[in-house]
Design a binder for this molecule. Structure first.
Ligand code: MRU
Length: 357
């Protein structure tokens, strides 16, 4: 990794950081207008922050939840066995905050397993509490390294001068650093490879406009914002040579859940013969979910659609359907890019193999 590489991604605000026995969390709802860090002190604070999208993006949700478990152990005075039970209780509660991103459950399972191992090793409670904080910090640090590797693999698929379209925000703000889908853009910038990025604004909560356009612009990446319904037009002009998105969960057969609208982008990419790439850490791959139809899709409040940013844009009382994610079937996915390398169809065997070696 070059010094330059570090500096490009370092221009992006850190979404989650541990400080003074509390979780400092960037309130992503307020971006790009305001940069406000909230001080979260309880698992309940973290639960609410995840539910209300103050922190969002699959890896960042997992990291925040791991720290949420740690917050629940503050001042705990029972045995290490009792601590493990307390950790399980907080983890089960935090797991109810949002249903789709599997990284949430992955991180919570990891915290539960660590607490159980500590209890079995017979360490004093105070030491176990410190070790749980270390585990949450490790989850965060590993995510950064993982994303850098994803970026390196992804960049092998791009050439200088290409136009690349992305949907939602799978960037530094959604992770501990670099992002997944946006990681190659930061690496390209530092290596002098010019990519022209098109960012879909991403209705209804505008993660593309408020977050992706913001963080790429801050870092100096060539980014052009378009509304979601412009993607087909931009592709038809010949301006897009690849699509890359993140994901909240990859099923065992390679079906991919991501922000609502991703499926439409994949269909458009297919129609224009443009490769459609998905970038994710292995913690997003869920071999216990057989197909996309088995992925729970979160539905959110109708207000996001009818009066998302303080102004009513639809009649009161109108029926609204507001799923936060959709599923892109694996036959529309050209490749899945992980920290361990690039997987192509057939995905059932390719994804399984990733975990075998
Ligand atoms: O509702 P959000 O903003 O949490 O949705 C986020 C996404 O869909 C991202 O693309 C996904 O979590 C990958 S983040 C690296």
């Amino acid at each position: 990794m070059s010094e330059h590489t570090t500096s490009a991604a370092s221009k992006v605000l850190q979404s989650v950081r541990w400080a003074d026995e509390a979780l400092d969390l960037l309130d992503q709802r307020l971006l790009p207008e305001q940069t406000v860090y909230l001080k979260l002190k309880t698992p309940e604070d973290v639960w609410e922050a995840i539910r209300e999208l103050k922190v969002r993006g699959a890896p960042a949700i997992g990291i925040a939840a791991a720290y949420g478990v740690v917050l629940g152990t503050a001042g705990f005075a029972g045995t290490a066995e009792e601590l493990a039970a307390e950790v399980r209780r907080h983890a089960e509660y935090l797991a109810t905050s949002r249903p789709t991103a599997v990284n949430l459950f992955w991180a919570l399972d990891r915290m539960k397993a660590r607490a159980q191992a500590l209890a079995e090793s017979g360490v004093p409670t105070e030491e176990a509490i410190a070790a749980l904080l270390d585990e949450a910090k490790r989850i965060q640090a590993e995510d950064e390294e993982t994303n850098r590797r994803i970026g390196e693999h992804a960049l092998t698929l791009f050439q200088d001068g290409m136009g690349v379209l992305t949907h939602c925000n799978a960037g530094g703000l959604a992770t501990s650093k670099y992002g997944t889908a946006l990681a190659p853009f930061y690496l390209a910038l530092e290596q002098g490879i010019h990519l022209k990025v098109f960012a879909d604004e991403t209705r209804p909560v505008l993660q593309g406009a408020r977050l992706t356009a913001f963080e790429l612009q801050q870092a100096g990446v060539d980014v052009t914002l378009i509304t979601d319904n412009m993607a087909g037009h931009v592709m038809s002009k010949g301006w897009v040579q690849a699509v890359i998105v993140g994901t909240d969960r990859v099923a065992a057969n390679g079906d991919v859940a991501n922000k609502i609208g991703t499926y439409g982008v994949a269909v458009l990419a297919k129609a224009h013969n443009i490769p459609f790439y998905v970038a994710c850490p292995m913690s997003t791959i869920d071999l216990s979910t057989p197909t996309g139809a088995d992925i729970p899709i979160e539905e959110r409040h109708p207000d996001e659609v009818t009066q998302g940013f303080g102004r009513r844009t639809a009649p009161e009382g109108v029926a609204v359907y507001n799923p936060a994610f959709d599923v892109t079937p694996s036959d529309l996915v050209t490749a899945i890019i992980t920290e361990k390398g690039i997987v192509r169809a057939p995905y059932d065997t390719g994804l399984r193999k990733l975990f075998e070696n």
